[in-house]
Design a protein around this ligand. Structure first.
Ligand SMILES: CC(C)(COP(=O)(O)OP(=O)(O)OC[C@H]1O[C@@H](n2cnc3c(N)ncnc32)[C@H](O)[C@@H]1OP(=O)(O)O)[C@@H](O)C(=O)NCCC(=O)NCCS
Length: 100
């Protein structure tokens, strides 16, 4: 395995979350993370998708911004070491919500 991604549908809120994504360090910067993200998004039927990322994780934030995510809010002290999380959201604007 060189990478993984998991999506989590919160049907009651009509929002899905990218719960986790990771690529083996030996395989990064080859477009695999972007591809996995898109594959996961394609299986999530909600209009809006969110994720949280460490405030210092510039590479991941750049990827998410390129893929249409915008900064939504900051969760101060979210991680165990006290670092803040940035919550990002992508609104696919389908006009109607396809959530189950
Ligand atoms: C974030 C992560 C999943 C990206 O996976 P990846 O396969 O390397 O990403 P891609 O090759 O698809 O990168 C797509 C674009 O994102 C940006 N990007 C990704 N990693 C970057 C980095 N370290 N520095 C700067 N930009 C970066 C670049 O714009 C890149 O395009 P480019 O290589 O043409 O410049 C991977 O770095 C990772 O597993 N990191 C550790 C775990 C982690 O941080 N997960 C996210 C937690 S929310």
């Amino acid at each position: 395995m060189i990478g993984f991604v998991a999506g989590d549908v919160h049907a009651s809120e009509r929002i899905s979350w990218i719960a986790t994504i990771g690529i083996d360090p030996d395989y990064r910067r080859r477009g695999i993370g972007r591809e996995l993200l898109r594959a996961c998004e394609a299986r999530l039927k909600t209009q809006r998708i969110r994720l949280s990322v460490r405030a210092s994780n510039d590479g991941a934030i750049r990827l998410y911004e390129q893929e249409g995510y915008q900064r939504l809010e900051v969760w101060q002290g979210y991680y165990n070491d006290g670092e803040a999380a940035i919550v990002m959201e992508k609104d696919r604007g389908m006009g109607s919500d396809h959530a189950p």
